[in-house]
Structures are given as structure tokens and as C-alpha cells.
Design a binder for this molecule. Structure first.
Ligand code: DCP
Ligand code: MG
Length: 242
């Protein structure tokens, strides 16, 4: 069967409600199953806004966002959430056990599936280190775990749902470079059939992506692989050097 999870943005323009100026203009790209698309750009460039349009946190002003050829505006929100897993820039953990937090998107997941997701997300050791294990209590907002642990639990939660599309919004920034690299390697093995879209700050996180979009002031100013952008994109070079 054909792999699912093809994401297409067609000439998308977006304004926040009440705002005058668009924060995204003429955004067009395709992200394919089995591939990793990365988005990089300075703070305020519109990266989070861009990835929020697929799960329809907002709807576009003009243009179209399609999932496997179907405009997301024509899909049920439950269908979108079952097929697209987003790890938000500020991951949200709620008051309850680790198990509750992990099962959020897939209540019937087995313990084995939870542990597998934790292993991929490099969070297995952290959960195993206390005898309460999966029953360990998380405080509202995840305030009793570190930022990096919150990110990894949130990544594990996304993995549990086994979606067609993963959106990682700056999900690796609180991790040290070695953990970041281990996590992405493990992730690659588990997301072979899925479409992976990664928003990143660090070039090292996305250097091996199949395509990188360089976003500046709401527009895609350059696109290509890491090696291509090093040759052709002054904006990318600036990010590399920063
Ligand atoms: N913006 C807004 N209303 C919101 C969210 C954002 O008006 N609810 C504005 C702020 C920025 C622009 O939209 O001018 C783009 O914001 P993003 O959060 O999309 O920017 P990034 O994700 O690229 O920034 P960062 O790297 O800081 O996460
Ligand atoms: Mg952002």
C-alpha cells in the first residue's frame, strides 16, 4: 500500500485574528512520507505558526493545506489528530501519572508500546530510575521534571499514537547535543514510513534532513539540503555561524 502522510502547503498566507499584516506569505512546500523536512529561521520568523496550520489550530487566510491530497478544512478534527502528532514548542504535561500523560492520544496503548516509545525518546532511564516507574506522578505543567524531560515525555507521547505525520516544534532544544543525536537516530528507525517535520534552532539537529526550508519574516527565502544551503543561502550561513 502507498505510504500515508503527504503534507502539502499551496501558496498559504496567514494572519492572526485581528492583525493587519500576514505572518506567513506564499508558503508552498511538500513533505513526503519516509522523509524529513526541516524548518529553520530566526525567532519570530513564523515557524510555530506554520506548523500549527496542519492540526488546524488556525485556518489559513488564503491557499490550502492538504493531507494526502485532502484539504484539512474538509477533514474531521478527530481524523486529523489521529493522523498528525504535534510536539509543541512548550510541551504540555498534565497532573497525573507518566502513564496517563503517555496514553493521552491513545488510551488503549499497551505498556509495551509505552516503554518502546520511552526508549526511542531517550526517556526510559528517567522513568526507570524511580520504583514508581510509569505510575510516577507528574505535577500540573510538568513542573516537577526538567525541561529536557518534559520534551522527551512529550516526544514519547507522540510516538505512542503512531501517526502518519510528526511535527516537532523545537523539540530537541533543551537536550544536550549527544542526547539530541541519539534521540534522532532512534527516531529515524521508528518513523521510517511517516512524514517528519522538524522545526529547529540548531543546524546540527537538521543537517541530515531531506529538505530544509529557511524561513525569514514569514516567507520561505531559501530551500535545499544542508550542503546546498551552505553554498547558496546567506541566511542559512548566518544561522550556521551564530
Ligand atoms: N504571533 C502573533 N500571535 C500569536 C502568535 C504569534 O501575533 N498568537 C506573531 C509573533 C511573530 C509571528 O507571529 O511576529 C511569528 O510567530 P511564531 O511563534 O510563529 O514564530 P517562531 O516560531 O518562528 O519563533 P520562535 O523561534 O521564537 O519560536
Ligand atoms: Mg516557535
Amino acid at each position: 500500500a502507498e505510504k500515508k502522510g503527504r503534507v502539502e502547503f499551496r501558496d498559504v498566507t496567514f494572519k492572526y485574528p485581528g492583525a493587519e499584516a500576514p505572518v506567513l506569505s506564499n508558503i508552498s512546500f511538500t513533505a513526503e512520507p519516509g522523509k524529513t523536512l526541516a524548518i529553520i529561521g530566526s525567532t519570530g520568523a513564523g515557524k510555530t505558526t506554520l506548523v500549527s496550520l496542519l492540526p488546524r489550530l488556525y485556518d489559513v487566510a488564503s491557499g490550502e493545506v492538504l493531507l494526502d491530497g485532502v484539504p484539512v478544512t474538509e477533514m474531521d478534527s478527530s481524523e486529523i489528530t489521529s493522523r498528525v502528532s504535534a510536539v509543541p514548542q512548550k510541551p504540555y504535561l498534565f497532573s497525573g501519572t507518566i502513564e496517563h500523560n503517555l496514553r493521552f492520544g491513545k488510551p488503549d496503548a499497551t505498556d509495551e508500546e509505552l516503554w518502546e516509545a520511552l526508549e526511542t525518546a531517550q526517556a526510559k532511564g528517567f522513568v526507570e530510575e524511580k520504583s514508581s516507574g510509569l505510575n510516577r506522578r507528574i505535577a500540573q505543567g510538568g513542573t516537577n521534571v526538567s525541561g529536557g524531560q518534559r520534551q522527551r515525555l512529550s516526544i514519547a507521547r507522540a510516538l505512542v499514537t503512531k501517526p502518519n505525520v510528526y511535527l516537532f516544534d523545537d523539540s530537541f532544544s533543551a537536550l544536550d547535543v549527544a542526547t539530541d543525536a541519539r534521540l534522532r537516530k532512534a527516531l529515524k528507525g521508528k518513523t521510517k514510513d511517516a512524514t517528519v517535520i522538524i522545526v529547529a534552532q540548531r543546524v546540527s539537529t537538521i543537517a541530515d534532513a531531506d529538505e530544509i526550508l529557511v524561513l525569514d519574516n514569514g516567507r520561505i527565502v531559501d530551500r535545499g539540503t544542508h550542503d546546498e544551503l551552505l553554498e547558496t543561502s546567506p541566511t542559512y550561513q548566518e544561522i550556521v555561524e551564530s
